[in-house]
Design a protein around this ligand. Structure first.
Ligand code: SF4
Ligand code: SF4
Length: 433
């Protein structure tokens, strides 16, 4: 039989590749932002307006999923694309096409809720930073830095390897069974205005839709699919020889190309608008630049043990003490201090310190005047801007205010925060009188 060209699948794959190239960090950012919101709420310091700039992906993607369903998973998520590409290779080149037993598959799908619950409980009890080295998303997002990521993300890399092997044998392995973000989406999409109709009475006995469903849904038993595990990939729609499977939005039957175009246009408009708004808010904040100089001109140091989150317009939230971090190595012969130092014990001058942020080579210049820390300049940072921005905006100012490196890291930018703290400490070690 002549194989039918599935236009929507070609369109979807093209969109997935574009998102993979242009916005590969969407899933990482969305999940870390959800964790940040959770951290801030549990610590009682959540402020939507001041946090807006660091929560754009959540602000866009969660409402999009609530209203339109899981288009993000089917069309935009780089990790979903990674799973799809692995499945394509295994199916088309190695002719592997394993179908998991329906009952086993249904039971395993609850695992992602267990993963989500475990993350919530562990973050609640031990703090979210305890999980940072285990994130396969972070390992995936930083793969281009290999082999520099092997030390900070060894566990994450191992989990990524497991996921890769799983996705090779089972379509959307990670999305079906393990993704905690997918678990969140699965719950919130239940109220969406989008669904897939498939009246059983008009079905034949082929079960083609069921056999081709990316997420292994038992479609032959259903009259429609409304959110949950459906990722709006439209494979079922294109596969049905009777054209019995149709997308429906707000009770209107739609062409799948139109439905996906509406979802994509909504995302682009909403995401673009949110970034423009964030930029406008950013320009009203005085001290946000990538490389900062943070001067304390009058050298009036407050008492040493304070850690303040008082930078105007910044979205920092304290999550853990820097001394709890495992990112302590430094370069250029500097050794990161295991204990913090206080002021008035330094020789005047400018000193350089280097440490590892998420990536190696984070370098600072610390100026000492009158025995006090007067200025901190970050002269080099190789981390991803979205991750280091909050740390750069916040941590140097806090060190100067406290005249001590005993300050908190910034939630969502722990590696960069720790790198700055350790680099400053290394510089202060050279400045000791
Ligand atoms: S389930 Fe998770 S990994 Fe899969 S597409 Fe959705 S967000 Fe991405
Ligand atoms: S039900 Fe259809 S649209 Fe939903 S995941 Fe399965 S094949 Fe894709």
């Amino acid at each position: 039989m002549k194989k039918k060209i599935k236009k929507i699948q070609i369109f979807r794959f093209a969109v997935q590749i574009i998102f993979f190239i242009l916005l590969p960090g969407l899933f990482t950012l969305t999940f870390s932002e959800l964790k940040n919101i959770y951290d801030m709420i549990t610590k009682g310091n959540f402020n939507f307006l001041s946090s807006y700039q660091s929560l754009i992906e959540v602000i866009v993607i969660i409402p999009l999923t609530i209203v339109l369903g899981r288009f993000f998973c089917g069309w935009m998520c780089a990790f979903g694309t990674f799973n799809d590409v692995l499945h394509m290779i295994s199916k088309n080149i190695f002719k592997i096409n394993i179908k998991v037993d329906e009952k086993v598959d249904n039971a395993l799908k609850y695992l992602k809720y267990v993963v989500l619950a475990a993350i919530i409980v562990i973050s609640w009890i031990m703090g979210s930073t305890i999980l940072k080295a285990t994130s396969p998303w972070d390992a995936f997002a930083q793969l281009t830095s290999f082999p520099n990521i092997t030390v900070p993300l060894t566990i994450g890399l191992f989990v990524l390897l497991l996921i890769t092997v799983g996705a090779f044998f089972i379509e959307r392995f990670f999305c079906r069974y393990l993704c905690p973000l997918g678990a969140v989406f699965s719950i919130v999409s239940k109220v969406s205005i989008f669904k897939i109709n498939k009246p059983k009475k008009d079905c034949g006995k082929c079960r083609l839709c069921t056999n081709n469903c990316s997420m292994g849904l038992d479609l032959y038993k259903k009259n429609n699919v409304h959110g949950g595990d459906c990722i709006n990939c439209f494979k079922c729609v294109e596969t049905c020889p009777r054209k019995n499977v149709t997308p429906e939005m707000a009770n209107e039957e739609l062409n799948p190309a139109f439905a996906s175009s509406v979802a994509l246009a909504s995302f682009v408009a909403f995401y673009g608008g949110s970034n423009v708004l964030a930029s406008a808010l950013g320009t009203s904040n005085v001290n946000s630049t990538a490389i900062v100089s943070t001067a304390n001109n009058n050298n009036t140091a407050p008492s040493t043990n304070s850690s303040q989150n008082s930078n105007s317009g910044q979205n920092a939230s304290s999550s853990s003490s820097a001394n709890n971090s495992n990112a302590t190595s430094t370069q250029n012969g500097n050794s990161a201090a295991s204990s913090t130092a206080t002021a008035s014990q330094y020789k005047d001058g400018t000193y350089t310190g280097t440490a590892d942020g998420f990536r190696p080579g984070l370098t600072v210049q610390v100026t000492i005047k009158g025995g006090k820390i007067a200025d901190i300049q970050i002269t080099q940072i190789n981390d991803t801007p979205r991750f280091y921005q909050n740390a750069v905006n916040t941590v140097p100012q806090e060190i100067i205010s406290a005249q001590s490196t005993n300050v908190d890291t910034v939630s969502g930018a722990t590696y960069s925060s720790t790198g700055i703290i350790n680099a400053v400490q290394a510089a202060l070690d050279s400045a000791k009188a």
